[in-house]
Design a protein around this ligand. Structure first.
Ligand SMILES: [Zn+2]
Length: 246
């Protein structure tokens, strides 16, 4: 099989995925005249979920394009906010539990697996429920079955939250979802939740909500200030929208 070289440049936000050699200005990469550009980019280590525009000699191409020797390729990152083919719903892998709770706190529909069900099962759920798979596992993000996927760039939950909110701009509706199970909260009066509360709570707080799915009781005044700060910061930066009526 004939071999040739292309000059390929990655956008700075993709440098986290490539080695030192590929970070240089247009390093040469061998191509075989049969592999697609998508395969070439992925084999260098960049998940295609993170790739925006692909340019060959200045003109846009798709991932099925087969590069030939002598071409100059430019690989750009995704544009933020990134459009999705449907509503912004998410599925998080086992390592992103804190991020899952924070997204639910903001009312974002977030499924989370607290046990490791394996990459094939996660990818199948992403496809079946049309959820964006969020992960720091590049192997998982390479799975073709995914409805959509995104690499989570930081290992710190606060930075992960800003990363996801700025990337997908999901509508925020704080205090409308159960942080434990992702169920939708409904208002509940004091009488209906009596007996499920500590005595002090019953005396001090009047606004109650309960999870329609798991029955967990919530009361607004008792939220830890750290949670309130997460909500306030997110709403200040990304805005709040009325929850969708279903
Ligand atoms: Zn619940």
């Amino acid at each position: 099989m004939e071999t040739a070289e292309i000059a390929i440049a990655f956008a700075p936000d993709l440098h986290v995925f490539v080695g030192g050699a590929e970070r240089a200005d247009r390093p040469a990469v061998r191509v075989d005249g049969a592999s697609t550009l998508g395969h070439v980019v992925e084999s260098i280590g960049v998940p295609l979920t993170e790739v925006g525009e692909l340019l060959v000699d200045g003109g846009p191409v798709g991932t099925p394009y087969i590069p030939r020797g002598g071409e100059r390729v430019e690989v750009r990152g995704v544009v933020r906010p990134q459009a999705l083919p449907g509503p912004a719903r998410f599925l998080l892998d086992v390592h992103l539990g804190k991020l899952a709770r924070q997204l639910r706190l903001l009312g974002v529909d977030t499924a989370y697996e607290s046990t490791d069900i394996g990459d094939p099962a996660l990818a199948a759920r992403s496809a079946a429920e049309q959820r964006v798979m969020l992960s720091r596992d590049r192997g998982l993000l390479r799975r073709r079955e995914l409805w959509a996927g995104a690499y989570v760039y930081s290992h710190r939950p606060e930075e992960q939250l800003r990363d996801v909110l700025s990337r997908f701009a999901p509508p925020l509706a704080p205090w409308t979802r159960c942080t434990a199970c992702n169920g939708v909260l409904r208002t509940a009066d004091k009488a209906s939740v009596q007996g499920r509360l500590e005595a002090g709570t019953e005396r001090s707080y009047d606004v109650f909500a309960e999870c329609a799915a798991c029955g967990q009781v919530y009361w607004r005044g008792a939220h830890h200030s750290r949670l309130t700060a997460i909500v306030d910061d997110a709403v200040r930066e990304f805005g709040e929208r009325a929850p969708a009526r279903s």
